[in-house]
Design a protein around this ligand. Structure first.
Ligand code: NAI
Ligand SMILES: C[N+](C)(C)CC(=O)CC(=O)[O-]
Length: 500
């Protein structure tokens, strides 16, 4: 699979910022051109949101973040990029000019995607010298979490461009869907526009408020759509006879006066004010950034749930997330801490909202998750990585003892470090310490015993010599460290047997 090495984003607003975050968090360097005086701050806030969202979305090891560079000119930004994403405002004249500038300055083999929500690629590529490399790459907001990209070619777009564009999306966790006929607004925005038009009529005619309308969506079919879309949902709604019965029963309703879809509501001042006021009331003081964070938490939760769907194989966008995580594990390289003679700091994290329980601090199993991640990082460091596991060998944890010594609170930056206590052919005895990343206060410790296994044979076996050699090199470096406080401890209280 040919990955994107270097991306350029022209326009760094809502959508450009989302693309920038998507590329950076996939480990890709990004050069940005946006003349807005506050582009750096705006993009920085989107990236901060995206990092927070990824901490909730996945426990898989993300690659080191790509390098972000703001460029003074468009030419400078695109000159050595292999994927250029145009996300300037939705105006044909502006986009044509910007695309001509990109066309003149970029590499001949660069792919040029436009984020346009509805303009035809044939219109966009009209004035380009090399129009065969231009395509629509229409994403959904927030680009860093929603994986779909509608890929649409114009009359002059080459097949090779479309193929290459679709191939380059999975490594950044996205799914390209090729819309083979170019039409305005493609597929997604055609559907959204129909719903949006009808919604505006319902508010205009005082049938319901914006809040009631949103409730109708989010408590009902919105939940269904996230996992099965429209046709599969309606197939089920047809009962055992499926889609044909559904069409027979509900087809005639299409001719009834259920919708006003062909009419366009007049967005006059009164309607704009009415919607604006109701929307303000609905927000109840939450800022756009607050709402973005709530949205991201919810989306991460939905994607997580979909990953567990279909008997654990993943379903829809959850299956894509599962594949993306697999590729992250496969590509994960654990960089060795510079100093081996101290406990190895292997994990840095922030306590995410999904980790907090009714006591207002990190819930028990998340401590184990962080310690498990620390163990995984150690295993990668000594060569027991995904390739090793897929070849039929692994370490299984056979015992864990956790001590909770402090409270990890929402948003707190934490780190976890590992000290090796002993190593032999089959066993790894390790001790992790979780600390506040700033004060260094110890929050929890975990002592673990791991057993090396031949997972195909289903029994313990000696570890590979190179894995053992790396583990032994660390233990030699740790030999001068004192035994950590709490090592060898067990639950002190003697169990009492009540007698009648
Ligand atoms: N906002 C949304 O929900 C979605 C928008 N899109 C599409 O993405 C594109 C951008 O939309 P938004 O990000 O919402 O707009 P935006 O207004 O948030 O951002 C546009 C950015 O382009 C910059 N810009 C203006 N002229 C420029 C130039 N000559 N060179 C470089 N940068 C320039 C502006 O400073 C601004 O930061 C549009 O084509 C839109 O249809 C696609 C999917 C969803
Ligand atoms: C409103 N919009 C047309 C810009 C929306 C989109 O293009 C896609 C989305 O994210 O809803």
């Amino acid at each position: 699979m040919i990955k994107i090495n270097k991306a350029a984003c022209v326009g760094g607003g809502v959508i450009g910022g989302g693309w920038i975050a998507r590329f950076l968090l996939a480990g890709i360097d990004v050069d940005v051109f946006d003349p807005h005086p506050e582009a750096g701050r705006i993009v920085g806030e989107v990236i901060a949101n995206a990092e927070r969202a990824y901490a909730m979305l996945t426990g898989a090891p993300l690659p080191p973040r790509g390098k972000l560079t703001f460029c003074k000119t468009l030419e400078e930004a695109v000159v050595d990029a292999d994927w250029i994403q145009e996300s300037v405002p939705e105006r044909l004249d502006l986009k044509r000019n910007v695309l001509m500038e990109i066309d003149a300055a970029c590499r001949p083999d660069a792919l040029i995607g436009s984020s346009t929500s509805g303009l035809l690629p044939s219109d966009l590529q009209r004035d380009m010298q090399f129009p065969e490399r231009l395509f629509v790459a229409h994403p959904y907001n927030p680009v860093y979490l929603l994986p779909l990209v509608e890929i649409v070619g114009g009359e002059k777009t080459s097949h090779a461009t479309i193929k290459a564009a679709i191939e380059k999306l999975p490594p950044i966790g996205m799914k390209g869907v090729h819309i083979t006929k170019e039409i305005e607004a493609f597929v997604g925005d055609r559907l959204l526009e129909a719903l949006w038009r009808e919604a505006l009529w319902l508010i205009h005619d005082d049938i319901c408020s914006v809040e009631t309308l949103d409730d109708v969506i989010r408590y009902s079919f919105g939940l269904r759509w996230a996992q099965m879309g429209l046709f599969q949902t309606y197939r089920i709604a047809g009962g055992e006879a499926g889609m044909r019965h559904f069409l027979a029963q509900f087809g005639p309703c299409l001719a009834w006066p259920w919708t006003k879809l062909t009419d366009v509501v007049d967005l006059d001042d009164a309607l704009v004010e009415k919607i604006g006021q109701q929307s303000d009331e609905q927000a109840d003081g939450l800022s756009i950034r607050d709402l973005e964070r709530i949205r991201d938490e919810n989306l991460a939760g939905i994607l997580q749930a979909l990953k567990a769907g279909n008997g654990g194989q993943g379903w829809g966008a959850g299956e894509l997330l599962k594949d993306f995580e697999h590729s992250l594990w496969a590509g994960a390289k654990q960089t060795a801490p510079a100093d081996h003679a101290v406990p190895l700091k292997l994990v840095e994290a922030r306590v995410s909202p999904a980790w907090v329980d009714y006591n207002g601090h990190m819930t028990e199993h998340r401590y184990l998750q962080v310690f498990g991640d620390t163990t995984d990082a150690l295993l990668r460091l000594i060569g027991a990585d995904l390739a090793y596991v897929e070849a039929g060998h692994s370490y299984y944890t056979v015992e864990t003892h956790i001590r909770h010594l402090g409270e990890a609170k929402l948003g707190q930056a934490i780190s976890s470090a590992c000290q090796l206590l002993s190593v032999d052919d089959k066993r790894l005895h390790i001790f992790h310490t979780m600390s506040d990343a700033i004060s260094g206060e110890t929050l929890a410790t975990a002592e673990q015993m791991l057993l090396h296994v031949d997972s195909k044979a289903g029994k313990s076996s000696p570890a590979a010599p190179d894995v053992l050699a790396k583990a032994r090199a660390i233990i030699e470096a740790h030999a001068s460290l004192p035994l950590p406080d709490g090592a060898g401890r067990h639950v002190g209280q003697k169990p009492r047997v009540e007698t009648a």
